[in-house]
Design a protein around this ligand. Sequence first.
Ligand SMILES: [Zn+2]
Length: 72
Amino acid sequence: MAGRRFVVSCTHCKRIIVVVARIGDAELDHLHVHLLTCCPREVIGFSPGVEATLRHFRVEPTDPDEPPPEAA
Ligand SMILES: [Zn+2]
């Protein structure tokens, strides 16, 4: 069963960081670690809340118009 997934890319370096079905604690942690290496000046002083972290990322669904592949 293929579900909708989301591409999460960094607004600072424009790189795609993760592609996930949902953003949970593990994903947020991964994103925060990226911020610390990508732009540490941006994250100094804030504790990694969901909104504060996601503010630095763009979240878009993957290929919304593309039907899921048929099972082989
Ligand atoms: Zn980045």
